[in-house]
Design a protein around this ligand. Structure first.
Ligand code: C2G
Length: 447
């Protein structure tokens, strides 16, 4: 009996896939089809897959061509499978020519002509293209535009720049139409807003009231009431409002939250997050400071993410302590926030003009989770125990600092009409309360 094996994602199974499977089957007597797991696809950069693993397996099964279906979960698995299933022929489309020649050491390798004129990418793109406008400052926007290239389903409809920006620079480097806010809203289905935080509320409100979906850099507004109002408006208009916090979309971060919640370190008693960068030189004049994000806005939402994500909103109290610019109590150079929960504590240390080890530590009664600096864009963390022999290390691929996953989640939410975000509305609203308290001047000053 000649055994044949082939692999693929088989997203939105189409004629090209079916033809490949038919010809693979015809090469022998028994066909094994390996369908890629979601995590495996993500590590090989396929972040636009629409269907779940189970749906994709069902579609392959429904062709009636596979005698056996297996799941492909890791790099190098093909060698294991060929040996384990005693495979005679490995086959795949000609888009992979040369890439799998190394399997010739284990079985015969045959590349089958790829069917031209059809692909999952084209089907996904044709089905729903979201016209996405971008608003804000060039450095933020450039990253966003570059990352959006990895995500299917969006067409950038133009850019609205903050006042001080040079139009030509963005046109030359990003190649986008620069237009005013109203024009941008008119020609877009959704907008990404990364302007100065004090502008967020008005811009988000304007976009939502015109029925546009919004992805806005955190913080969404400077007051809690504003944020609540914006979410209510989004519901009323039936559109998606999502806060953009790239860390929330990184695989390592979301997995460590799950591990912590599933009791791996026992009951959690402390969450301590540090985010610092020497990205600001104090003592610039108030004029020069215009457009520069203070510490609370630049770092607060990110650092608060693990606190609210793990301990929730039922804290008893918290205090904020800040060192601010002498002439501006709303411009913090350094801020410390200490939380008291009924059975846990948490601390957040953030600074744009103070440097410290920017790590995240989640302590439990049985052990702790250690995420090295800079934890907000990590691909790695450790579970540590009293006995080091029990320690575990976890690695997850992180591409584009999480921004491309954030864009993919936003577009999925827009497409399905359901929030598909790791960042819950509760967390966003809790973050807004802290930002609100800081702006109302309710903190201990170190000046
Ligand atoms: N295919 C084809 N014609 C198309 C599209 C796809 O012949 N128009 C083939 C591909 O060459 C592949 C199979 O159908 O052999 C599945 O394609 P995908 O779902 O795109 O999977 P792919 O990313 O190619 O994964 O480990 C996974 C394998 O490496 C292949």
């Amino acid at each position: 009996m000649i055994k044949v094996i082939t692999y693929g994602t088989f997203d939105m199974l189409h004629y090209g896939h079916r033809r490949l499977l038919e010809r693979a089957k015809a090469l022998g007597d028994y066909l094994i089809v390996g369908v890629t797991a979601e995590d495996f696809d993500r590590t090989r950069g396929k972040i636009n897959v629409r269907q779940t693993l189970m749906d994709r397996i069902e579609n392959v099964r429904a062709t009636g061509l596979a005698d056996e279906i297996i799941v492909e979960e890791y790099e190098g698995q093909k060698i294991d499978d060929i040996l384990r299933y005693d495979v005679d022929i490995f086959t795949v489309g000609t888009d992979w020519v040369g890439k799998f020649d190394y399997l010739n050491d284990y079985c015969k390798v045959i590349y089958l002509e790829r069917t031209e004129g059809i692909s999952s990418t084209e089907i996904r793109t044709e089905e729903s293209l979201t016209r996405l406008g971008i608003v804000g400052d060039i450095p933020h926007l450039r990253k966003f535009v570059n990352e959006s290239k990895y995500v299917n389903g969006a067409e950038l409809s133009g850019a609205c720049l903050s006042d001080s920006q040079n139009e030509y620079e963005i046109i030359e480097n990003i190649e986008l139409d620069v237009v005013d806010f109203d024009t941008l809203i008119q020609r877009s289905d959704a907008v990404y807003i990364s302007s100065f935080p004090s502008k967020h509320y008005e811009q988000v409100k304007e976009a939502l009231s015109k029925g546009k979906h919004v992805l806005c850099e955190a913080p969404l507004g400077l007051s809690h009431n504003e944020c609540e109002e914006l979410f209510e408006l989004a519901d009323k208009k039936g559109v998606i409002l999502m806060e953009a916090l790239k860390t929330a979309f990184s695989t390592a971060f979301s997995r460590l939250l799950l591990l912590a919640k599933s009791g791996k370190i026992g009951k959690i008693v402390s969450v301590d997050a540090v985010c610092t960068s020497l990205s600001y030189t104090p003592a610039t004049t108030a004029k020069e400071r215009e457009g520069i994000w203070n510490t609370m806005c630049a770092w607060g939402p990110t650092a608060l993410l693990p606190v609210f994500g793990l301990l929730g909103k039922n804290y008893e109290s918290y205090e904020i302590t800040s060192l601010t610019e002498k002439d501006d109590k709303q411009f913090d150079l350094y801020t410390k926030i200490n939380f008291n929960y009924p059975t846990a504590t948490a601390s957040v240390m953030i600074g744009k003009a103070v440097k410290s080890e920017s790590e995240l530590i989640i302590s439990g009664v049985n052990g702790y989770i250690y995420v090295p600096s800079p934890w907000w864009k990590t691909d790695y963390f450790e579970l540590r125990y009293e006995n080091p022999a029990n320690n575990r290390r976890y690695f997850y691929q992180l591409d584009g600092e999480g921004i491309r996953y954030e864009i993919a989640s936003f577009l999925k939410s827009v497409r399905t009409g359901k929030a598909a975000s790791y960042l819950t509305r509760d967390t966003s609203l809790e973050i807004s309360k802290v930002v609100d308290r800081f702006y109302s001047g309710d903190f201990k000053s170190l000046n």
